[in-house]
Design a protein around this ligand. Structure first.
Ligand code: NAG
Length: 223
């Protein structure tokens, strides 16, 4: 038996390394995102900045010391450090977001299509949670204080808001996606063109006038 194991072990090892037991990203080279084709090269088949032209600023972003603008109907503001701000994130599958909350401010109901989040409360008191899929629709949540960390697994609707009446709150969220694609309540009430009212009315079991009022508010926010 042990000879058999000795014989098969290298084979099993080889198979597991080929078929993805290794969870590190496959990306092994620098691929700083670039818009100007003139200085671009292909790395792993992707268009990247010529590595000889890469500079320190391709990996740098400043501004997380500044609060985001919470003067909106939600009372929250996000500061992004994704591939749009840091081209060096290309191919790395990570990004960072700062979220500021006014008293009772909410992050509109949203979920990331791809990317789990790990949230750190820098200041204030936040209610943080997510809802699992049908049919259980289990709400998994917690009230967090300064220094608390919470994980939001990818693909579930997030519920994040400041429960305090008087104090602001700040959170830093790390995401395993370099350009997280967000779907929020705007996708429902602020779509372009609008989703038919009769569909929304039945889907949400609301009176038509309630849906109409909501749609009007979303339109006003945009103008
Ligand atoms: C914050 O956003 C509001 C609404 O868009 C705007 O009127 C205001 O000038 C912004 N404040 C700052 C400091 O950027």
């Amino acid at each position: 038996m042990s000879t058999l194991i000795n014989f098969f072990f290298p084979l099993v090892f080889l198979i597991s390394s080929v078929f993805g037991v290794d969870q590190r990203p496959l990306f092994r080279d620098l691929c700083v995102a670039i818009n100007d084709l003139k200085d671009a090269v292909l790395v792993n088949g992707k268009l990247c900045k010529d590595p000889r032209l890469v500079t320190t600023n391709d990996f740098f972003f400043s501004g997380f010391d500044e609060p985001g603008n919470t003067s909106n109907t939600f009372g929250s503001g996000r500061t992004l450090a994704t591939i749009d701000q840091i081209p060096g994130l290309n191919g790395l599958g990570i990004s960072l977001v700062r979220i500021d909350f006014a008293p009772k401010g909410v992050l509109p109901m949203s979920y990331l299509r791809e990317g789990s989040q790990i949230l750190l409360v820098l200041d204030g008191t936040l209610y943080v949670g997510f809802v699992t899929s049908d049919p259980a629709n289990h709400l998994i949540s917690k009230v967090l204080h300064k220094g608390d960390v919470y994980v939001l697994p990818q693909g579930f609707p997030n519920i994040i808001y400041n429960v305090d009446h008087t104090c602001n709150a700040v959170a830093i969220v790390a995401i395993n996606n370099q350009s997280p694609d967000v779907l929020s309540s705007k996708a429902i009430f602020g779509s372009d063109p609008m989703i038919p009212i009769e569909f929304l009315t039945k889907s949400y079991k609301f009176e038509e006038k309630v849906i109409e009022a909501a749609l009007k508010k979303w339109k006003m926010d945009e103008s």
